[in-house]
Design a protein around this ligand. Structure first.
Ligand code: FES
Length: 211
């Protein structure tokens, strides 16, 4: 039986706004859903002085609900300051879509989490993070839970690809249990560098592969 989608959801699914990527974005994030293994990437262009979001685009590898939420959430975020955009909730996005079936809640959560992760990436890249706790192995591991293993669409930690994490003198070393020649090795390296490299006390991220 088809899911009872509202007209607004169907309209945003058929004609999603702000789809695509921004070259040289001021911030970006890729998030995956542990519930279904789908992924969303969000790119931001932000005015450096006012911190207002001038442009936002998304790429979704998810379902209709996810595409529709990505569309509405980027519409809601455009023109807002990053502080204002941080306040957008999945409930607000879902309400703006005329509601989503409960079984599809995680799809809208994924779209909103991706926007928030991109905003966090902006704040980290621009030194706007207020809490400056020293980076720990646990904190790095938490971030690795947001780096996807594209082979199976689940994160690196859940798929047990992280063999080792260590931190010394601002250098974070991550050992990934894959050969360096693996087709996704470079993607994974870039994602780890993006997720970990902007932490305030991290000077370098070294990603090593096991073969
Ligand atoms: Fe994966 Fe909707 S089922 S995003």
């Amino acid at each position: 039986m088809p899911l009872p989608y509202s007209e607004i959801v169907m309209e945003h699914f058929r004609h999603p706004r702000n789809v695509g990527r921004i070259e040289n974005p001021d911030a970006k994030a890729v998030e995956g859903s542990p519930a279904c293994g789908d992924m969303v990437a969000v790119y931001l262009k932000v005015d450096e002085k006012t911190h207002r979001i001038e442009d936002v685009k998304f790429e979704s590898y998810g379902c209709a609900s996810n595409i529709a939420t990505g569309s509405i959430v980027t519409e809601l975020a455009k023109g807002k300051t990053i502080e204002e955009a941080k306040q957008i909730t999945w409930k607000e996005a879902s309400d703006a879509l005329g509601g989503l079936p409960p079984i599809k809640t995680h799809c809208s959560v994924l779209a909103v989490d991706s926007l928030r992760a991109a905003i966090q990436n902006y704040e980290e890249r621009h030194g706007l993070v207020a809490e400056r706790e020293p980076t720990t192995v646990e904190a790095v591991t938490r971030r690795l839970k947001h780096v996807m293993n594209p082979v199976v669409g689940l994160d690196l930690v859940r798929t047990k690809l992280v063999r080792e994490v260590s931190i010394a003198d601002g250098v974070v070393r991550v050992v990934i249990d894959l050969p360096a020649t693996h087709q996704f090795a470079n993607n994974i390296r870039e994602e780890i560098e993006e997720k970990v490299g902007h932490l305030w006390d991290v000077q370098q991220v070294v990603v090593q592969f096991t073969e």
